[in-house]
Design a protein around this ligand. Structure first.
Ligand code: PHE
Length: 358
């Protein structure tokens, strides 16, 4: 007898025996079922065991193990039935359990759409040679402003435009710098929740010689009133490329690839002149889409530009030697555009009916 035939017999035996034990409505019925299936003299278990002898020699170990497993399962079913009938008076007979029915799938969670987007963007930019850099969400003014060419009197530093922390004794997370940072904090240097991921540009350049080719993705905080396109906490993807002879054309090529890879081949990008203290020239980056009626529309995804020579000098680079571009885009916005979400607040309402569509 082939191993598979033996296994099929075994299965059939186990299923029938279990069903019989479950269906037994009283102790007598259970005893009858026990004799039929597990009886020492002529029970069906014995019959199956006899067939074990006919299995080819090389399959014996597998067949033996299957036999023992089935026996354990059937005996457990018998003991369970015995307990059921022993404890309660005459337990009512239950529906026989059909072990061939598919099981109920346990509900599993999945990654939040923003996390999925971040993973995908890392992958996409990774293929363009950008490695991922991280920086702290609690920042000092040097990294969030000063080194980015945003001097003390600049309106962007207004306390009403930022989340300053009242506690000063927080390490800024710079490895090996805990002591001096703490000293700085003790002296009362203000800390804030970073308002942009451009802080990471500075942190990377301070510790790396050019060329640099990084992206950084993470949370940023601004005291904005929440509406369809704003939220007081959101995510940015920051890109920075520093090398010899980097031009605005490189910036546009990378962003065009970014847009067409993430949003679709028919998506165009557009630069509008703008101003950021840390880039010169600076642009706002728009990406195209078609509305319900097929009209071409543009949505602002973030800012970009050529890194300002003052920034390069602030981190000790020679602006005569190297140039670079930087960009910062809103992750919620690209994610919303990709999935046709019209209100980014949806991402943070935590309504599973919304989240489970991704
Ligand atoms: N940091 C800018 C912002 O938050 C975006 C930006 C990044 C602009 C890099 C230029 C270069 O709006």
């Amino acid at each position: 007898m082939a191993l598979t035939t033996f296994q099929a017999e075994l299965e059939a035996f186990a299923a029938a025996a279990q069903a019989a034990f479950i269906a037994a409505a009283d102790a007598d019925a259970l005893e009858a079922a026990r004799v039929e299936y597990l009886g020492a003299k002529s029970g069906r278990l014995k019959d199956v065991q006899k067939q074990l002898g006919g299995v080819p020699k090389e399959d014996k170990p597998a067949a033996g193990k299957a036999f023992n497993d089935a026996k354990t399962v059937v005996e457990a079913a018998f003991n369970e039935a015995k307990e059921r009938l022993g404890s309660g008076a005459q337990a009512t007979s239950r529906e026989p359990f059909d072990r061939t029915l598919p099981g109920k799938r346990a509900p599993l969670g999945h990654l939040h759409p923003i996390t999925q987007t971040i993973d995908e963007l890392k992958d996409l930019m990774g293929r363009l040679g950008f490695t991922v850099a991280v920086g702290p969400e609690i920042e000092d003014e040097w990294h969030n402003f000063e080194a980015l060419n945003i001097p003390a009197a600049h309106p962007a530093r207004d306390p009403l435009e930022n989340f300053y922390l009242s506690t000063a004794k927080v390490s800024t997370g710079k490895p090996g710098a805990a002591k001096s940072d703490a000293a700085k904090s003790d002296s009362g240097a203000p800390l804030l929740l970073r308002s942009q991921t451009s802080t990471v540009q500075i942190r990377v350049m301070e510790n790396t010689k050019p060329p640099v080719r990084i992206i950084s993705l993470g949370r940023v905080y601004r005291p904005d009133t929440a509406d369809a396109t704003h939220y007081p906490m959101f995510h940015q993807i920051e890109g920075l490329l520093i090398d010899r002879h980097v031009t605005m054309a490189d910036l546009k090529s990378v962003l065009r690839l970014f847009a067409s890879s993430f949003l679709g081949g028919d998506v165009h990008i557009r630069f509008r002149p703008s101003f950021f203290p840390f880039t010169e020239p600076s642009v706002e980056v728009d990406m195209s889409w078609h509305d319900d009626k097929g009209n071409l529309r543009w949505i602002e995804m973030g800012g970009a530009g050529m890194v300002d020579p003052n920034v390069l000098a602030a981190v000790g680079y020679d602006p005569e030697e190297v140039t670079g571009f930087a960009f910062g885009l809103g992750v919620e916005r690209v994610c919303a555009r990709r999935h046709n979400v019209t209100d980014i607040r949806e991402f943070y309402r935590n309504d599973v009916r919304f989240l489970h569509q991704f």
